[in-house]
Write a protein that binds this ligand. Structure first.
Ligand SMILES: [Zn+2]
Length: 499
């Protein structure tokens, strides 16, 4: 296979209009599966969370999980959709070894929620409205593990293992309408949409939205039409993109690849593609099935979903403050700029700061720790800030120790380092490492006198009225006390001893 010709990005946007479409699959965090009572815990021993229903054994009958329907309705409402008053499940027929029934119970032409929108904030503060075509309920498949190949793909594998624990876990698929007009910002809009959707679903509490664990995954549809022609191009569908950054990269890559195909006078093939994290490129998968190939028909084993209007209204009343409304309120409370707020959100520390404030820390201190030192620590370790082994409550305790004068900023960092290193609670680290501030005057006076004696010329200047020279002595004392002296008190003592 020859490598595709990639067109420089600037040229792509000069000559073509990208048209985006995004399909996001979200695993709901219900205790049990969509149509049976099997647990849904992630990471259990393979094939320990299965029963005749989710294994598709003959004669087994499914029953819909009420909690999953409730979550689906709340998602639909939060996306400003109309909730369909009556709709059926459908069988989507295809053969795949990780799907034990040989069909997936899904919804086809009667989805639970239709015609909504999500307002998506972009980095520059502008907002793009992404229209939602539908959100429908379905069940997840099992997982295949291909053993012996080099890439984990089935190609070249010696054998494959199947784990049906995930088969039947409730999924919601949220499908946008075509998103035209994003031009050079298409990759950014795609990423911002998935980010906004993730934040919304997290606020709803319906999923843990972990892209790294596959509980949220995105299919990226993209086509190019010649600039301002209004003619729709053929789209590719890049499947199961599993990080926000990859969503952005996949859109960008497909734009440059498809432009290369079109400028060579060839046609874009309608197909599914795989995204490769390591190279940032996509490669062809199977040729895309059409709806006819799936032979959809209404599921005869399940009653229709007909949520009473009163129930829908009850659920509407449970919707939380939306993430962007929440942010607007927090931003006003903390008195910070749009740009500062964006930095917090992008750094993934907003919730952490809020939790630190809730644990008693002043907002300014909490912000400064999470945005600078702890973000650096997270970067060094290659984890998200939420993955750092320090809790907001522990950080709030460190901040309180600084406020009471028991720690200075330098010592506080050492205490945080100790907590991150697993040395225990902040107070335990202070005790074990002997980090409390030395504020005992007699010890400080001895150190000041020693420093003055060591630098007689500086001492002379201070005595002569050059108070600014005191800094050198303070520095020497701080060094001698390994940063554990109270710098303000040292300065006072230096002036006192020289007057
Ligand atoms: Zn089951």
């Amino acid at each position: 296979m020859t490598a595709p010709t990639l067109v420089p990005y600037d040229e792509v946007v000069e000559r073509f209009d990208p048209v985006l479409g995004l399909e996001v699959h979200v695993e709901l965090n219900t205790q049990t599966k969509m149509f049976c009572g099997c647990p849904t815990t992630f990471g259990a021993e393979p094939n320990t969370q299965v029963c005749p229903v989710c294994l598709g054994l003959p004669g087994a009958l499914p029953v819909v999980n009420r909690k999953a329907v409730e979550s689906a309705i709340r998602i639909g409402l939060a996306l400003n959709c109309t909730i369909t008053p009556w709709g059926r499940f459908a069988r989507k027929n295809y053969f795949y070894p990780d799907m034990p029934k040989n069909f997936q119970t899904s919804q086809y032409d009667e989805p639970i929620a239709v015609d909504g929108y999500l307002d998506v904030p972009l980095d520059d503060g502008s907002v793009v409205r992404v229209e939602i075509e539908r959100a429908h309920m379905e069940e997840d498949t099992g997982k295949s593990l291909h053993v012996g190949g080099s890439t984990g793909r089935i190609h070249g594998a010696e054998y494959s293992l199947l784990d049906y624990n995930r088969a039947g876990v409730p999924l919601i698929e949220i499908v946008t309408k075509m998103i035209p007009g994003t031009r050079e910002r298409a990759p950014e809009v795609a990423r911002a949409y998935v980010t906004a959707l993730r934040d919304l679903l997290r606020a709803l509490g319906v999923s843990d939205v972990r892209m790294d664990q596959g509980s949220m995954r995105c299919d990226v549809n993209l086509s190019l039409s010649p600039r301002d022609s209004g003619v729709l191009g053929t789209r590719s569908e890049t499947k199961n993109v599993n990080s926000l950054r990859s969503v952005e990269r996949a859109v960008r890559y497909e734009m440059t690849r498809q432009a290369g195909v079109l400028l060579a006078g060839e046609r874009v093939v309608q197909e599914t593609r795989h995204f490769d994290e390591s190279t940032g490129s996509t490669s062809p998968g199977r040729t895309k099935e059409t709806a006819e190939d799936y032979r959809y028909f209404p599921e005869p084993d399940l009653v229709p979903i007909a949520p009473p209007a009163e129930w829908v209204e009850e659920l509407r009343a449970t919707l939380p403050e939306l993430p962007w409304e929440h942010r607007r309120r927090i931003q006003a409370e903390w008195g910070i700029s749009d740009a500062e707020m964006r930095d917090l959100v992008n750094a993934g520390v907003l919730e952490l700061i809020e939790a630190t404030v809730a644990a008693g820390a002043p907002a300014g201190e909490a912000r400064s720790w999470w945005v600078s030192y702890l973000t650096q620590q997270a970067n060094t370790r290659g984890v998200e800030p939420t993955g750092l082994p320090i809790t907001p409550a522990q950080l709030a305790r460190v901040i309180a120790l600084v406020a009471s004068g028991e720690l200075n900023n330098k010592l506080a960092r050492q205490v945080v380092d100790g907590v991150l290193a697993g040395e225990g609670e902040p107070d335990e680290v202070v005790a074990a490492r002997g980090l409390a501030v030395v504020s005992d005057d007699s010890a400080l006076i001895a150190a000041v006198d020693e420093a003055l004696a060591a630098q007689p010329d500086v001492a002379e200047k201070i005595r002569g009225g050059k108070v600014a020279a005191a800094g050198a002595i303070v520095g020497a004392v701080m060094k001698a006390t390994k940063g554990q002296a109270d710098a303000k008190r040292v300065r006072e003592l230096v002036i006192e001893r020289c007057s």
